[in-house]
Design a protein around this ligand. Sequence first.
Ligand SMILES: NC(=O)c1ccc[n+]([C@@H]2O[C@H](COP(=O)([O-])OP(=O)(O)OC[C@H]3O[C@@H](n4cnc5c(N)ncnc54)[C@H](OP(=O)(O)O)[C@@H]3O)[C@@H](O)[C@H]2O)c1
Length: 254
Amino acid sequence: MTGASAGIGAEFARQLAERGYGVTLTARRKDRLEELARELSESNGIEADTVACDLSNAAARRRMIQTVEKRGRSVEILINNAGFGTAGRFQELDPENEIRMLRTNVEAVVDLCGHYVPEMVERRRGGILNVASTAAFQPIPRQTTYAATKAFVLSFSEGLHKDLGGTGVTVTALCPGPTKTEFAEVAGIDEGLLELPGIVYSAEQMARAGLGALDRGRRTSVPGPTNLAGAVAGRVSPRAVVLEVLDRFYPVGK
Ligand SMILES: NC(=O)c1ccc[n+]([C@@H]2O[C@H](COP(=O)([O-])OP(=O)(O)OC[C@H]3O[C@@H](n4cnc5c(N)ncnc54)[C@H](OP(=O)(O)O)[C@@H]3O)[C@@H](O)[C@H]2O)c1
């Protein structure tokens, strides 16, 4: 489980622990991971491991994989949830941070699937949940790199879903819309946007929807009718229209 130190990831971990699953929690903030691991093992009697890892770093990812192996853990469910966004005109953002985003949101997902999928196929069981976003369904000015990373995650997961047909291994792309987590603060987005009633999910609700979709082996899940309508509109509308509407009205990075 990546990105378990906050938000939707911490909720995935809580809900899996409540089901009795052992969990391995990873993210950069070790203190938070350890606190959550203690909470989960005390309240659910499960084994909760932690591995601090900067997923944007390929060498750190190798060390994380080796640590999990040395502990004798086999990964039955892989949740690629870690990710972050930025907000603003591309030319005004830190290019190094945009690359870091690409490595975290995209490269790490392919790398961890590349490592764990063959083992799952050999065992003929396993589940992968890749967290994309409703941002995946169209380009978004002022979140240009972020939307492109999530379009990759969605496309990659949908293709992989077919590649894995008949193997006993499933892959699901979860596409959250606005969800109350630390995401907005990290991206520098006005948190007032996360007060919209009926549209914004809690991390707990989003994680529950994601695990439900994983249980059913769904290819893609866009929880919430407003999010689903937005995703469909983003996918089928002419690009020129989508870009113009988002550029004028999408309230991020103004
Ligand atoms: N919240 C939303 O509105 C929303 C909407 C659509 C999609 N999503 C997606 O949902 C996923 C979870 O985000 P969230 O909303 O729960 O945000 P969050 O509360 O900010 O949590 C993000 C998690 O990712 C981890 N992370 C970030 N960079 C990392 C790195 N380089 N290495 C390892 N871990 C890293 C963070 O841990 P550390 O900082 O401790 O490393 C944290 O645990 C993300 O992929 C995000 O793009 C969120």
